[in-house]
Design a protein around this ligand. Structure first.
Ligand SMILES: [Ca+2]
Length: 490
């Protein structure tokens, strides 16, 4: 079993003996702080440390230089809500009937049901102070409760898919509205990313004086549209005549997000919290279509974008940072998944009984971040049935033909299936990272074997369970859109 593999940390053990905090069971400090930064629609190719030649991301590049950068990290889904559900539960979102982003304007709805066992409630029981900052997008009243119901001591952020409001028509990145716990939303002056970070820093200041460890979600809305030009960050791109306004605003938004990550890392160091805090950074899905006003993300060298199961929709930049514990500058090529986050954090937090819960293919990823465990072949499953961007008649600067709706990666192989259409693709990602060379006709036996595995997994999924078919009433105005009935709904 991977999770029970004996790992030795000889140098680190010495450090923690000196500090008197050694946990002899696993050689890691007990109950470290966890700070999980999730960006929204950031592409695999949007950061300098992932090869972007243009966008200025010095803080994340430095984080990678002093931490572990993952090159094959996947989220379960190519859109927001299902991926977020997988981080919070360690389960495929389809187990909760979550197949797409939860949008109040559309049916069916895809919120996280109250019955879900969440990572936040588990670590809270273990003695952690828990908080969620930024975008939630896992449902909202009256269908489901506000975020604190799911195990958070504190909530400051927005409920829906876009910055500021759950309702698309009122979304904005400047002077946004935030909810605090279950109070009515209030308008704040400034940029959504800066304001979210301000609140995180306030809480870190308090956490540094507390005896309790903390678990914080910092789920930025950047660079999800609608984007707002932020003058001081886009100015660095203004002198280059090759960039249009769309690019300057998008690049500036990513640079500003990077700057805010830098503010958090600096505050952790200033307060001495960096020694005992695992910071994990990634994105919830691939880059948005360039059809919006300021969207200009890149998944290079991968194929596809958000809403697609091509690599560009589901393989994300991911950096783990814990200078006291993790090797510096390590590039981890082991295949990772958002499903791994739950077991990894549970083991770090010394949660005893999480293994009794229903599990999918997630594993404790710490041995792979450390570089101490042997490489393993992994099998990951993906399902996405909603309309996809790209394809004939749908102009798209980044996308291409729709991906499969049922996809599996096994070792270096990846298949795309289109159930009911008889169409199949087979790629070897080690030799063909851009999914250009379809080997389906050349390797029929392998294709058949992989197809059987994928269909077996799919047959085991609940198809209609927990679907919310109710449409929320359209709000009469912005104030109504940001009103929250109560913690439990009305
Ligand atoms: Ca997203």
């Amino acid at each position: 079993m991977i999770c029970s593999r004996k790992i030795s940390y000889p140098i680190l053990t010495g450090i923690w003996i000196l500090l008197g905090q050694l946990d002899p069971a696993e050689g890691l400090p007990p109950h470290p702080n966890i700070l999980f930064i999730l960006t929204d629609d950031l592409g695999y190719g949007d950061l300098g440390c992932y090869g972007n030649p243009t966008i200025h991301t010095p803080n994340l590049d430095r984080m990678a230089e002093n931490g572990v950068r993952l090159t094959q990290y996947y989220v379960t889904s190519p859109v927001c809500s299902p991926t977020r559900a997988s981080f919070m539960t360690g389960l495929h979102p389809q187990r909760f009937g979550i197949h797409h982003a939860d949008l109040p304007e559309r049916i069916p709805r895809y919120p996280l049901p109250e019955s879900a066992v969440t990572l936040s409630e588990i670590v809270k029981k273990e003695g952690y102070e828990t908080a969620h900052f930024g975008k939630w997008h896992l449902g909202e009243p009256p269908q489901t409760p506000m975020p604190r119901f799911y195990g958070f001591d504190f909530f400051f952020g927005s409920m829906g898919g876009r910055p500021s409001s759950s309702w698309s028509k009122y979304a904005r990145s400047d002077n946004p509205q935030f909810f605090t716990n279950e109070e009515p939303a209030q308008t704040y002056q400034g940029h959504v990313t800066d304001l979210t970070t301000d609140k995180v820093l306030e809480h870190l200041q308090v956490a540094a004086k507390s005896n309790k460890p903390f678990y914080y979600n910092v789920w930025y809305t950047a660079p999800h549209e609608p984007l707002t030009p932020k003058v001081d960050e886009i100015s660095r791109y203004e002198d280059n005549p090759n960039f249009n306004e769309k690019q300057r605003v998008y690049y500036g938004t990513v640079s500003n997000m990077d700057k805010n990550v830098g503010r958090i890392l600096a505050k952790l160091k200033e307060l001495g919290l960096d020694k005992n805090t695992l910071v994990f950074f990634t994105s919830d899905n691939g880059p948005e279509s360039h059809s919006y006003k300021y969207t200009a993300g890149s998944a290079k060298p991968l194929r596809g974008i958000k809403t697609q199961l091509w690599e560009g929709g589901i393989r994300e930049p991911a950096i783990a940072y814990w200078p006291e514990i993790l090797p510096k500058g390590r590039v981890c090529q082991t295949v990772g998944s958002s499903l791994d986050f739950f077991p990894t954090v549970c083991n770090l937090a010394k949660v005893e009984d999480w293994k009794n819960l229903e599990r999918d293919e997630g594993i404790d990823f710490m041995p792979y971040l450390m570089g101490e465990a042997d490489p393993i072949e992994r099998t990951l499953f993906f399902e996405f049935h909603a309309p996809q961007r790209g394809g004939p008649g749908k102009p798209n600067e980044v996308g291409s033909e729709p991906s499969g709706t049922l996809v599996m990666r096994k070792g270096d192989w990846k298949i795309h299936l289109f159930p009911g259409l008889g169409r199949k693709h087979l790629f070897n990602l080690k030799e063909d990272i851009a999914e250009q060379n379809d080997l389906a006709t050349q390797r029929p036996n392998l294709l058949a074997q992989l197809e059987k595995d994928a269909l077996d997994w799919y047959a085991d999924l609940p198809k209609e369970e927990n679907l919310f078919h109710l449409r929320m009433p359209l709000p009469a105005n912005e104030a109504e859109a940001n009103r929250i009935p109560s913690l439990q709904g009305e």
